[in-house]
Design a protein around this ligand. Structure first.
Ligand code: GAP
Length: 459
C-alpha cells in the first residue's frame, strides 16, 4: 500500500497559542496568502500566494537550495517535468496503489477520507462531522489521488497522462542522465523543488493540505549497505540535517516531534520512515518525512524501462543498484509552520519574528515627516542605496508609530528612520522589530549591518 499523506488520525491535541483565524486573517490582509479564484467564489482549498507570500516562499526555497545543494559537494540540483511518461507511475506503484479510502455519508451526501472520520472499518457507527448522523457511512472504497489529464487533443485512454504526485520520481528517472553528465560519485544526492498534485479527498486547514503544493525533496544514493548499521548511520545524518534546517529556517524546534512510522503504516517502498510532526494550531500533524526507500525505485524503473540504473564502483568495478534515503519537505507546510512559530502578540502589537534571511523585506526606510522635502530627499537616497543589495520597503504614509507597527506585522526586521539629526550627523534611527529598541547607526554602516543580520540568522 502506498503511503498517502497524514495517514495517521488527524488532530491529536496540540495547541500553539496562535489561532488559525488570526493567522489566516493576517495572511490575507497583508498579502501573504489569498483565497484562490476569490472573485468567483473561490475554489475548494485553492490558495494564492500574494506579494509577501511569494517573497517568503522564494526566500525559503533559496535558503533550502543554498543549504542542501550549494553547500553540499555531494548533492546536485534538478528541475524535472511535472507531466511524465505514464509508465513512470506504473513502475513506481502510484497507479495501482496511490489511493486513500473514502466514504460517503448516506444522510448528507458529503464525502470524507475514511481515516479522518473514524470510518476506516466496516460497521463503524462513527458520526458524520457534517450532519452528525451516526452509522451513515458507506463502505470505504479506494480512490486514486493522482490528477489525470490528456496529452494532445484526443481525450481517450491512449492519451492519458498524470500530474506528478511527488517530485521524487523525476530524480529516479533522471538518475542515469545525471550520472552520465556530471562528476557525481556515490554517495551522492539529487535535490529538487517543485509542484506536486494530489486529488485529496478532504483538503483543509488553510495551506496545510491542498491539491496543489510544492515539495523540496532529496534522494540520497549510496552503495547497498553491508549491514543495517550502515544505512542507519546515513539515516541519522539526514535526521540531524532536517532538524538543523528546521532551526535555520525559523520553525520552533520545541513544537517538532519525531514519530517513528510503524510497520503497517509505511509507504510500500519504505523500510523505515520517521515523520517530523509539528504542533499546528489544529493539532500535531506531519510537517516532513524521512524515508529509507532502499533500491525499490531504481530497481522498479530499471526493470520497467530496460535501462541499467546501476552504478559501477570505479575501484572494485562491481555494478549494483544504489539504495536511497529520502528527506521530503513540503514547502507550503514549511511556510505555515514558520508563520505559526513567528507569530507574536505583545499587547496591541502583533509581530512576525521571522529570521531576517527569510523575511520578505529586510528593512523599511521612513522619512520622519512626509512634508519636509529635505527629509524625503535624504531618506530616498538611503533607500536607493540599500535597495541595490537588499529588498527594502519605502513607507511615508501615516505617522511613524503606525509605520513601525505595519512593518512588525509583516516581519520586517529593521525600521530605518531619517530625521533632522540625520541631516546633521548622517545617522538614522535603527529600530529592532522584536525588541522595539532603537539606536543611532551611521548611514555608511547600514549595508554591512544588514548583511550581518541576514547572514548571522542564516548561519
Ligand atoms: N516523496 C515522498 C512523499 O511525497 P509524503 O509524505 O506523501 O512523501 C512529503 O509527502 C511531504 O509533502 C509531506 O511531509 C508534506 O510536507 C508535503 N505534502 C504532502 N501532501 C501534501 C498536501 N496535500 N498539501 C501540502 N503539503 C503536502
Amino acid at each position: 500500500m502506498v503511503k498517502t499523506p497524514d495517514r495517521r488520525k488527524a488532530s491529536k491535541a496540540g495547541s500553539t497559542g496562535t489561532t488559525m483565524d488570526a493567522l489566516v486573517s493576517l495572511a490575507k490582509r497583508r498579502g501573504f496568502v489569498y483565497p484562490g479564484s476569490d472573485i468567483y467564489g473561490g475554489l475548494a482549498n485553492a490558495w494564492d500566494y500574494g506579494p509577501l507570500g511569494a517573497e517568503l516562499k522564494n526566500n525559503i526555497k533559496r535558503l533550502w537550495w543554498e543549504r542542501f545543494v550549494h553547500r553540499h559537494d555531494d548533492i546536485v540540483g534538478l528541475d524535472a517535468a511535472i507531466i511524465m511518461n505514464p509508465k513512470v507511475w506504473a513502475a513506481s506503484g502510484h497507479l495501482s496503489g496511490f489511493a486513500d479510502q473514502l466514504v460517503d455519508c448516506r444522510n448528507c451526501k458529503e464525502r470524507f477520507r475514511a481515516d479522518h472520520v473514524g470510518a476506516d472499518h466496516i460497521g463503524t457507527d462513527a458520526a458524520c462531522p457534517n450532519c452528525g448522523k451516526k452509522g451513515a457511512f458507506t463502505k470505504p472504497r479506494k480512490f486514486n489521488l493522482m490528477f489525470k489529464t490528456f496529452i494532445g487533443p484526443a481525450e481517450d485512454e491512449a492519451h492519458v497522462a498524470y500530474l506528478r504526485p511527488e517530485t521524487a520520481q523525476g530524480m529516479f528517472v533522471d538518475y542515469k542522465q545525471v550520472l552520465d553528465s556530471t562528476r557525481v560519485k556515490l554517495p551522492f544526492g539529487m535535490a529538487q523543488i517543485g509542484k506536486a498534485f494530489r486529488n485529496e479527498i478532504t483538503p483543509g486547514n488553510f495551506i496545510f493540505r491542498t491539491r496543489e503544493f510544492e515539495q523540496m525533496e532529496i534522494e540520497y544514493f549510496f552503495a547497498p549497505p553491508a549491514s543495517d548499521a550502515a544505512w542507519q548511520e546515513i539515516f541519522e545524518q539526514w535526521r540531524a540535517e532536517i532538524l538543523a534546517w528546521i532551526k535555520q529556517v525559523g520553525i520552533d524546534p520545541a513544537r517538532v516531534h519525531e514519530v517513528e512510522v510503524g510497520d503497517g503504516e509505511r509507504a510500500h517502498y519504505s523500510k523505515r520512515t520517521v515523520d517530523f510532526e509539528f504542533d499546528f494550531p489544529f493539532g500535531q500533524e506531519e510537517l516532513y518525512g524521512l524515508a529509507y526507500r532502499t533500491n525499490f525505485d531504481l530497481s522498479a524503473h530499471g526493470k520497467a524501462s530496460n535501462e541499467q540504473l546501476t552504478y559501477t564502483d570505479p575501484e572494485t568495478k562491481q555494478s549494483f543498484v544504489p539504495h536511497c534515503i529520502e528527506p521530503s519537505m513540503g514547502l507550503d507546510r514549511t511556510l505555515l509552520a514558520l508563520l505559526v512559530s513567528a507569530y507574536r502578540q505583545d499587547g496591541e502589537r502583533v509581530y512576525l519574528a521571522l529570521p531576517p534571511a527569510v523575511a520578505p523585506y529586510k528593512a523599511a526606510v521612513f522619512p520622519l515627516l512626509r512634508n519636509k522635502p529635505e527629509l524625503i530627499k535624504k531618506a530616498r537616497a538611503v533607500y536607493e542605496a540599500l535597495r541595490k543589495d537588499f529588498y527594502v520597503m519605502w513607507d511615508d504614509r501615516g505617522n511613524i508609530g503606525k509605520r513601525y507597527y505595519a512593518q512588525d506585522e509583516i516581519g520586517t526586521p529593521v525600521g530605518l528612520t531619517v530625521d533632522f539629526d540625520t541631516l546633521k550627523d548622517d545617522t538614522v534611527t535603527w529600530r529592532d522589530r522584536d525588541t522595539a529598541g532603537q539606536e543611532r547607526v551611521k548611514v555608511s554602516e547600514l549595508a554591512a549591518r544588514l548583511s550581518k543580520l541576514i547572514s548571522g540568522a542564516s548561519d
